[in-house]
Design a protein around this ligand. Sequence first.
Ligand code: PLP
Length: 452
Amino acid sequence: MTTEKSHLFYQSRQPRPFLERSEGIYHYDENGKRYIDGSSGAMVSNIGHSNPRVLEKMKAQMDRSTFGYRLHFRTHPSEDLAARVAARMPEGLDKVFFVSGGSEAVETAIKLARQYAVTQGEESRYKVISRLPSYHGATMGSLSVTGSPLFTGKFAPMFTEMPKIPAPTCYLDRDNLTEEERGIKYAEMLREKIEAEGPETVLAFLMEPVGGASTGALVAPDSYYTRVAEICREYGILLIYDEVMTGAGRTGKFLAAEHWGITPDIVALSKGFGAGYAPLGAVVARNDMVEALLDAGGFLHGFTYAGNPLACAAGLAVLDEMEEQDLIGNAARMGDVLKARLTGLMDRYPFIGDVRGKGLLLAFELVSDRDTMEVLPKEWNAHTELVELAYERGLIIYSRRTRGGYEGDHFLVCPPLIVNEEQIDEIMAILTDALDAFAANHDLPLVEEVSA
Ligand code: PLP
């Protein structure tokens, strides 16, 4: 591994090898070692790496133009991509605003909601209720709605903390309710919060339909989604779906919202939308909201790179690939296969407490006691250790020890949507080997051999 001094800095000092090349679901480092990208980076590379057709289309756009400022020109890639995105949205959601990433998408969504409320004469509405835990981005505005004391705590005096309700962590509940009742119980916490805050002050409710890194692919009971939407409608509160991670096919539908037939007022997209080929995100909003805003003088918001033609050409090519190769269907099919295989690991490892998720947004959680869901000792740093054991063996997975609401080590297994069954076999073989090593390191007993 190259260890010479670097002038770059990121979150930690952890040294990593140089990336030499990437293809399909694989990365290769400077020493020729192969890694399966079992987390699509940070749940980004939905169509896999170095797709030649996407690169071809990007090159063609590069030859034409890489930048034309939106106040000076319209561009075909941005117009075409907006139309294609609108066509994939639920009825009525057909105005698109491009951004360069997830945090920008969330910032844009909440500013759009606020400015719309003002145009409606509802200036008292400014609170955006969100959930704990949750992750909505790293910028100050997105931190205000992010439910993660780890990421928000040190900056708290610098922004207005928005109200939070507990995320629907039903799998931790040991009550006698049915799943349906639990969904309603958590959704009703939104009503209680709205009432406590004063309904006239509440602007929006923001949620990840399937949790990302914050809760590890947390899916709520069906009743949660419908009741939350009903409560928002009842109080005239905008429903914002942060589909930065779930959108663009990751859960087996273009939007996760489609699983429950929900039409949010605003949707935020990024990650799989640019799929690692370009920094790209989008906010899609109700037509009437945007029209009202434009009638009132326009949206007081924008980023220089918004609608960049090269990024939009990449987005179009990614969408073409997704549609032509039926990658969303593959995400649903392979998601079922991978989820069954991960669930099978519970027969061997008593310290896997839960397997959850939808499509290829899947996670498992480690515990010290499956019955009580007691977490592993914090000082084990299991979330880091298992990731490193897998990395050494050539498999990349993504983990977090959640802080806020509850604590637990969860691991996202989210390969690109092009993954096939043989590659799932490869993922499972390495993962099993890494889990064996983890168990041996901590003298954790195994149950029995599994067919993994
Ligand atoms: N929203 C969700 C649900 C995310 O998962 C993330 C990133 O992980 C973001 C927003 C922020 O996106 P970005 O890191 O591209 O700014």
